[in-house]
Ligand binder design. Structure first.
Ligand SMILES: CC(C)C[C@H](NC(=O)CN)C(=O)O
Length: 641
């Protein structure tokens, strides 16, 4: 495909192959790939914390810690992916290779969740937990490497497919791309908890985590195949060299050069990065200054993600102590996470087409940084709601799980076999009792069989309840089990309804739309042309740090009551929100293309033998452009906050 560069702007004009309605056909494969990949990622993530708790039998704190370590890793690896793609393999090959690693990781997770592999005594629980723990940790590491590594590449690779005559289509592509992320996430967070709630197994039936991980694994294979099928149609830009390496070297040189010239006899320079001018290109230095300005602004941002990503851990664990019976449907605790993508798919269009234009009509300049500040505030509010719900649960709660547990006491003078369609209690000896077994919420039918005697009875089970059933000594052939068998309620069902989590989901998602969607666009618009991926990786790094903060705060604070932890996180984000609003007030928006064009023009003018005095004057003006704070408006021009 043709690829011409405009010497003045440095922009590439790609020739395009097949187009459909003005869009390159290759985009279709990239969008479908993203949908399947996000299905795979979010589907696996939705059931992860419950897998830790109920399969690996970890406590809430360990489950939460490992969950956030995994999420943090997923957002640390984009830097690796960006470096590999830019300096070595190119985006296409990086996506292919890392997708294979990713799919292997998902398969490892699915295998690790097959309890029968080590269930030598066939009692339904694994006998070699180390095997399951090690395999799942290896799987999670490979997934983190894959999903994070391809993250900065896929969106940028999609963007690469458009020529400069397709600016409008490229913008639409990014919106569709975001909707695909949340479409995939929505479907998978509905489906995988349903799969997990099924009972499966060879020797004994248990919750089917292997299927809940297996389907995301299959979707990752589909994602890879779809991406490969489109390979003949892609525009594959050659790696442009290790820009991250150049940036680090240039910054390192500026610092060491500044240190070498620390004596007063050397005149100071306007910006510390100017000390790199002795060796490095002025354009590169100007670009690094732009990036550093944005990165400085990113410092408080991880706190938002600290709260945001607790949807999948603390909030899901909170839902396990609530009642998910919505009448016509019963919602699983991990399915509550679907509220987020549902709200994203509705709120993004509402914000873009109603709320933001309305605010603009009221004469308010709701700039990206103002939106992000409001987003942080809303996330803090979400945690206040979570704390209120938690207090409500603590007042009513008698126990800690959403499973229903049932045991039988055999009062007869002979053994009896008890089972449901999913659970086998086994043979209960005379005057003995069975172990507690997990029963699905809703109505369950029990089948009793003892010699000639065979009967059935049904009972309704509320979320989290526990019962002991007594089989009377008088039970005989022809008895009505429904009436004869009595039950004692050991633990009352959960009484606080899961619907009470909706307000906290609403505020966190409204916060996400204002913070995350705006932040992504802000990172793109304020980045120099050759460092868009670097800033994307920097943006994703804030997600990683945010997840590490959860670990640190939860570990250091060790608060006895869960609601106090929610209040602590809300207060921390509120403080950070105030700090960010002050930093944002002093931020000056720039137009990187304009600044870069000025530097490039200057290089061109060099060739025309421009006199030194004039060139110095222009350089001064350019530097001022970068550093000044003026009151022009955002979008193309410059503005504060
Ligand atoms: C905000 C994430 C870092 C990016 C995005 N997530 C969502 O849209 C979740 N609603 C993703 O790429 O997964």
């Amino acid at each position: 495909m043709a690829d011409h560069e405009d010497p003045k702007t440095g922009k590439k004009n790609k020739g395009t192959s097949k187009e459909v309605c003005g869009y390159p056909l290759s985009i279709f494969f990239i969008v479908v790939n993203e949908f399947c990949e996000r299905f795979s990622y979010y589907g696996m993530r939705a059931v992860l914390v419950l897998y830790f708790k109920y399969f690996l039998r970890w406590d809430d704190d360990l489950a939460t810690s490992i969950y956030h370590t995994f999420v943090a890793l997923c957002y640390l690896t984009p830097i690796l992916g960006a470096i590999v793609a830019d300096s070595w393999l190119g985006k296409f090959k990086t996506i292919i290779y890392l997708s294979i690693v990713y799919a292997i990781g998902q398969v490892a997770m699915a295998v690790s969740a097959i309890h029968d592999i080590t269930d030598t005594d066939r009692d339904g629980t694994p006998n070699n937990m180390t095997f399951h723990v090690v395999l799942s940790m290896v799987g999670l590491f490979l997934i983190a490497l894959g999903t994070g590594g391809i993250k900065p590449c896929v969106a940028a690779f999609g963007g690469d497919q458009f020529g400069d005559h397709q600016e409008r289509q490229r913008r639409t592509f990014f919106s569709v791309f975001y909707l695909c992320i949340n479409g995939g996430s929505l479907l998978s967070t509905i489906i995988t908890p349903i799969l997990r709630a099924q009972n499966c197994g060879i020797y004994s039936k248990q919750k089917c985590y292997s299927l809940a991980f297996g389907v995301p694994a299959a979707l990752m294979v589909v994602a890879l195949v779809v991406f490969i099928v489109g390979s003949g149609m892609y525009y594959k830009a050659k790696p442009e060299g290790n820009i991250m390496g150049d940036v680090c070297k240039c910054i390192g040189f500026a610092i060491s050069n500044r240190y070498k010239h620390r004596s007063k006899q050397y005149p100071s320079r306007e910006h510390w990065m100017d000390w790199a001018e002795d060796k490095y290109d002025k354009l590169l230095i100007a670009q690094i200054k732009m990036v550093l300005k944005v990165l400085f602004l990113y410092i408080p941002l991880p706190m938002f993600w600290t709260l945001f990503d607790q949807k999948g851990s603390r909030w899901t664990l909170q839902a396990t102590t609530m009642d998910g019976n919505f009448g016509a449907i019963v919602i699983q605790p991990d399915q509550m996470q679907t509220v987020n993508p549902i709200l994203i798919l509705t709120l993004v269009p509402i914000m873009d087409s109603v709320i933001y234009p309305l605010i603009k009509k009221c004469g308010l300049n709701f700039t990206p940084l103002k939106r992000m500040t409001v987003g942080m505030f809303l996330a803090a509010l979400a945690f206040v709601c979570a704390a209120v719900v938690q207090i409500e649960i603590d007042v009513s709660r008698k126990h800690l799980t959403y499973f229903n547990l049932t045991q039988f006491v055999n009062g007869m003078n002979k053994p009896v076999n008890v089972s449901t369609s999913e659970v086998v209690f086994g043979q209960i000896e005379k005057f003995h009792y069975s172990n507690y077994s997990q029963i699905r919420n809703g109505r369950a039918t029990f089948f009793l069989q003892s010699g000639q005697l065979s009967c059935a009875f049904s009972r309704d089970f509320g979320f989290g309840s526990s019962y002991t059933f007594f089989i009377p000594s008088t039970l005989s052939l022809g008895s009505n089990c429904q009436e004869s068998i009595t039950g004692a309620e050991d633990i009352k069902p959960n009484s606080v309804h899961m619907a009470l989590q909706v307000p906290q989901y609403f505020f966190i998602t409204a916060g996400e739309v204002m913070f995350s969607v705006t932040g992504l666009e802000f990172s793109y618009s304020q980045a120099p042309s050759n460092m868009k991926a670097v800033l994307q990786a920097g943006w994703l790094l804030t997600v990683a740090i945010g997840n590490f903060i959860v670990l640190i705060v939860a570990e250091v604070a060790k608060l006895p009551k869960q609601w106090t932890e929610y209040v602590l996180f809300a207060s921390l984000l509120l403080c950070v929100c105030i700090i960010f609003s002050i930093m944002a007030y002093f931020y000056t928006y720039i137009d990187p293309t304009e600044i870069e064009a000025k530097f490039r023009r200057n290089v061109g003018d060099d060739d025309d033998d421009k006199n030194d005095k004039q060139r110095k004057l222009e350089m001064e003006m350019m530097k001022r452009d970068l550093d000044r704070s003026d009151d022009e408006h955002y979008k193309g021009k410059q503005t504060k906050m």
